[in-house]
Design a protein around this ligand. Sequence first.
Ligand code: SAH
Ligand code: SF4
Ligand code: F3S
Length: 472
Amino acid sequence: MRREDVLISAEALERQREIRRQVMEHNARLPVQPLALVDTYGCQQNEADSEQIRGMLSEMGYGFTEDEQEADVIVINTCAVREHAEMRVLGNVGHLTHTKRNKPSQIICLCGCAMQEPHMAEKIKKSFRHVDLVFGPHVLWKFSELLCQVMDQKKRVFETPDSPGVIAEGLPVVHKGKLKAWVSIMYGCNNFCTYCIVPYVRGRERSRAPELILDEVRQLATEGYKDITLLGQNVNSYGKDLGLDMDFADLLEQVNAIPGDFLIRFMTSHPKDASQKLFETMARCEKVAPHLHLPVQAGSDRVLKAMNRHYDRAAYLDEIRRLRALIPDIVLTSDIIVGFPGETTEEFEETLSLLEQVRYDALFTFIYSPREGTPAAKLPDPMSREEKNRNFQRLVDLQNRISAEKHAAYVGKTLRVLVDGENDDGRHTLTARTDGGRLVHLNGDAALIGTWQQAKITGSTTWALFGELVLD
Ligand code: SAH
Ligand code: SF4
Ligand code: F3S
């Protein structure tokens, strides 16, 4: 991909800005401010995209609501990673026929990964006639123009061009809170794990220019953001397409050098290119959170090969060993797929033994879901759903035991936490996060939200820690 083909031109972006100015003028003359609702499914990348959609809507003069009855514009940002995610979206979109009946002027928009799948866009076109606008991830930057087309021409608009991917810089953003922010450092994926739809719907890997990433983090730090997550499907390949002498570890080092009292997180790392240099950089950089999400997916070498993951169990375990030698208290999390086509229960048990060896702090666990167009969807898949469910339950039970044990080991320790919100568990007033990302329930004054505090851990469960503030 040539860089000039990837970057959306300044003129094209300015044209979108001009459209937003015009819509803003129009909306400002209305007797009441029009409202928009943005609903997001899927991963942090989609959350970050939704913040840009809110940014564009805000520049067009829309306010925001959570109430679908009163929304003038509804945007549903969809995910395609598993069938369950798609079904939930379709269910919710179906339900919007009722709101649109009550409010016929309502504009319903669908975007995100599932809309980039031809069969899904086709289904919406044919069977969900109340949807006005469908657009894919590659034209997110054109949302303002597409919305205008729907409003001006009073017709349905479908825009899901196939593309290796683009980068649109300088889109407006409305962040969800005042503490945590996402910063995309790259888009797309080149890995083509055989089960995964992401490379098909998100295009090839492309990195943002380092100076723009650094400017964005500098701005967030100045605004007081405390928890900044660098995002990419595989952050460890950052920079490979830039032709600069710079990799992800170098970027991390430069972000760490930005003044401010913020914590840096990043996701996701692919084990095939998590380097020793990255581990050493994490250990050296005081703002980088002591947490690594390193999805292993499976414990059997045969299954890892069939998944096209490009590492084996021994190499993965060796990475974990080297990382722990540098950062003994590192919080480790992972993703696991149960029931990949052809995975036997014996092979699945190798995942269980890997869990015992690594002892993750927490896991994201999934039952394999066939995705149309991926190589794995064509493989024979003889294991029954019941057996997969049984294996899945064994995995969850084991991880719950390990998580509970790991959490129990915190009891008695005093740690730095970021107080991040009010608590609705009925017994505590505040929630907080350790630097490693573990949830802590606390009691204290709401004025502490947004501050770093010391907390003494007094209790734990599988899911969370309980603590007391140590105020000086
Ligand atoms: N780029 C990231 C995450 C991608 S999607 C990475 O490589 O780690 C998040 C997780 O969803 C994956 O790690 C995988 O565990 C899971 N996943 C992806 N495709 C899936 C499928 N078809 N069925 C079940 N789980 C899947
Ligand atoms: Fe999907 Fe693999 Fe890319 Fe992650 S690395 S997005 S699992 S293809
Ligand atoms: Fe889903 Fe797309 Fe993320 S498929 S997991 S929203 S990249």
